[in-house]
Design a protein around this ligand. Structure first.
Ligand SMILES: Cc1ncc(COP(=O)(O)O)c(C=O)c1O
Length: 364
């Protein structure tokens, strides 16, 4: 079996986890949590990092901290993983879905700007750009649109650790920005997330809220309704070991991306995700477009190669069917119908990569 995107635990993971177990520091306090937060914040060009149990809880906390709630609206791209939209829904606010660019598959900024010019209402509080597949849109433009309409920006950078736009790291523009360390991400803690920010007050509040808003641990005094969202030390220990290997992982992901692009170029109707000028992507998960999506998926499965169609667009999901969806041509539908992701783990061998390519070529 050739998996899609699995963890590569080849560094100090066992050593650091053993240290947690031997010293008894396995829970939510411990030096690896702080170290991991610092490493992720430093790497992504942020001053502060606050670790959370996963990316979804980080996004929820960010929404909550901005006071987003009933009657409010948050702009989210229509092509994203469900967690982005769920984080908005948890606060009882409504997402407004905007279609994506047909070439980059990122939030369509022309559509976003046009929508806000014609339809801005004060209930729209924030934009959540999602760096889909570790690619990016023009974040400078997002920020200038946000400034014009006085909107908060929360970058869903879950997939974009190691991605840059104009030499600035993904997840360093917004008020708060969230990275995920789910098992399929470029590095993993098994499950985990980090909220990054350059705002000290946000960082302090995120830590406070994620630890049940505990003011005094001895008297059990809590000053507001908080959450039990803190990442535990034993998982952060894995994260520290993974961060040490991140530069190598990025190199490997880029090599996989270059290999696939080279081998699959000109094969049938295959088209690649466009990377716009200035973006240096982490190449997290190789995904391409072909109208033979179904046939390729079926054939790969027959060869025990794990591949996946792209996410169902948010407007097609039952719980978001009543939400606004802003589109001209419904590119999301086409992208979902025709795109598929193929094995991209950092530990893939040349032989496995060759096999994936050969099976795809045979479909044509
Ligand atoms: C775009 C996107 N947003 C949010 C998440 C949620 O992260 P997590 O699984 O860590 O909760 C993920 C990944 O799983 C994701 O890919």
């Amino acid at each position: 079996m050739i998996p899609l995107s699995i963890p590569h635990l080849a560094g100090n993971e066992l050593k650091y986890v053993t240290d947690c177990i031997e010293t008894g520091w396995v829970s939510s306090a411990g030096s690896y949590v702080t170290k991991f937060e610092e490493m992720v914040a430093d790497f992504s060009g942020n001053t502060y990092g606050v670790a959370a149990v996963n990316g979804t809880s980080g996004l929820h906390l960010a929404m909550h901290m901005l006071g987003i709630g009933i009657g409010d609206h948050v702009i989210v791209p229509n092509i994203t993983f469900i967690a982005s939209a769920n984080a908005v829904a948890y606060t009882k606010a409504e997402p407004i879905f905007i279609d994506v660019n047909p070439d980059t598959w990122q939030l369509d900024l022309d559509l976003l700007e046009e929508y806000l010019y014609n339809n801005y209402v004060p209930s729209i509080k924030a934009i959540m750009p999602v760096h889909v597949l570790g690619n990016m849109c023009d974040m400078d433009r997002v920020m200038s649109i946000a400034r014009k309409f006085n909107l908060h920006v929360i970058e869903d950078s879950s997939e974009a650790l190691g991605t840059y736009y104009n030499n600035r790291h993904a997840g360093s523009w917004g008020d708060m920005n969230v990275f995920s360390f789910n098992g399929n991400k470029i590095i993993t803690t098994g499950g985990g997330g980090v909220i990054c920010t350059n705002n000290e007050a946000y960082a302090k509040r995120a830590k406070h809220l994620s630890t049940q808003s505990k003011v005094n641990p001895e008297t059990y005094f809590h000053d507001e309704i908080g959450f039990n969202y803190r990442l535990v030390n034993v998982l952060a220990a894995i994260g520290v070991a993974q961060m040490e290997q991140l530069p190598e992982f990025i190199k490997k992901k880029k090599a996989i991306d270059a290999y696939y692009r080279n081998e699959l170029k000109g094969v049938g109707d295959i088209k690649f995700q466009k990377v716009q000028n200035g973006v240096d992507p982490n190449c997290w998960l190789f995904t391409f477009y072909s109208e033979k999506q179904n046939e390729i998926l079926k054939t790969l499965k027959e060869h025990s190669i794990i591949a996946r169609p792209f996410w169902t667009p948010m407007n097609q999901l039952p719980m978001f069917q009543k939400s606004k969806y802003i589109t001209e041509y419904d590119h999301s539908k086409n992208i979902h119908k025709n795109c598929l992701s193929i094995p991209s783990s950092v530990n893939l061998s040349d032989k496995e990569l060759g096999k994936v390519v050969q099976v795809i070529k045979n479909v044509f």
